[in-house]
Design a protein around this ligand. Sequence first.
Ligand code: DHB
Length: 499
Amino acid sequence: SYGGDSTYASSSSSSVTETVESGSYSLDLSSYTPTTGSGTYNSHTVDYKLYSNVVYAADPVSTTYETMNIFVPTSVDGTSVSDMPILLEIGVGGYLSAAAGSTPGTNGQYAMGKGYVVVEVGCRGRDNGSSGNYYGVAPAAIVDLKAAVRYLRYNYTEGTFTGDVSHIIDSGGSAGGALASLLGASGNSTLYDSYLAALGAADADDNIFAVGAWSPITNLDHADGAYEEEYSSLEYSGSTVNSTVSSALISEFETYQNDLELTDKRGSLGTLTSSNITEYILEEYMEPSLEKYVESNGTSSAPSYATCAASSSSTYGYTCTFTFANYVANSIGTRGKSAPAFDAFFDITSSSSYYDTVVNTSCPAEALEFGNPSGTASTYSGTNCSTGSPRHFTDYTSEAMDDTDISSSMQTLVDMMNPMYFITNAISSGDTSGVAKYWYIRDGTIATDTSAYIIVDLATALENLRGTSYVNSWEDWGEGHNVETDPSGFSSWVTSSVA
Ligand code: DHB
């Protein structure tokens, strides 16, 4: 259960004891006294007010995590600023709990330099609690982030907060990128109402204006199939993965890809299906990525499987062509995860099933994220499995392990964690009001934490929803998982979006 008078021993490394009293936190920012500070951010001198450790819900479960630090610049290089756009930095990794950052992160420093309000937000995660009370499992993290957004908007309405709440931009990487995307896609959805009410969240809207997401580990109900679609030919830890599992997941993903009915932004391929999506990713993402890389590093920097030639008509001055298979085999080379990559077979016992041969030895972050909040610590053998009460969250793995599909309540939870659920609903209904207007999405071409199909489907669904000019998506050549190569570029993109 959530809220109420409780003492929790956090399982995080600092081992904090939290005492929370019901309804004891004011939702009024003016109940906090800000400190003042001054610093240099991206070569600008910024004076600011800082509201520290602001508890953003009236009935928090954890005052260690459900807090934020709010930096409100008052002047930049001597010129006063007010009512500026707000950057909400989400520091989550691995679907773990995250305390609010005490200083602006990389993007936050650029934002501070422009006089933007910077909010370092904390939230619960899958590691919180202990057997019988895992209070940070899904959907806790997104509920918390929504409560934080509502708090800002509520205090703006009350006149106690000076930030431009109609221009809230979030940012995050990996699991934090997934949450940044989810916050951006699920604005004002009633699905979270009971959870927000239990937290005593402020009564205000929780939609945001723009999203910055690096390598979002998202669309978890389709990520296993997308992983096989890209990496089935590669070995994991020196072994091939089970081909029955891999093929079944591929066929499931291809059905999903076809059902999405997304369209090519160039117009030449039309509807993106399982038979042309790979060509699309190659030509729209991977080849341009190498072309830009070659523009900076010369043709000799291109891998030998690629043919690159100068071309004055090409955006980056070069055309590079190669096959997707060569790119996967030579630039990626090995899988980062076994099959299924996310909803793994961690709990197999010694039955005679062929699945025995593909069992993971560690519980993946995602099965713990979808863990049972009131479950007991699992006794499955294997790394991490006892740090929570992990549950399967896909029909495929659930059937393979337990001969049953996931429950409808689990499906609801999975939907509540998937931005694609909200974006595809918005495409069907035509109601875009809950989906952030602007999106900046990045991944690296050699990242194997998730599949490029997940990243490209997310970007393409958003382009199909509102138009290509609202989505800035890119694969960085030669970069791995969750690498921000151009914070200045993100900052400029934010400035042009809010203009
Ligand atoms: C993260 C990375 C993963 O590979 C994953 O499955 C979940 C989260 C992360 O870095 O946050």
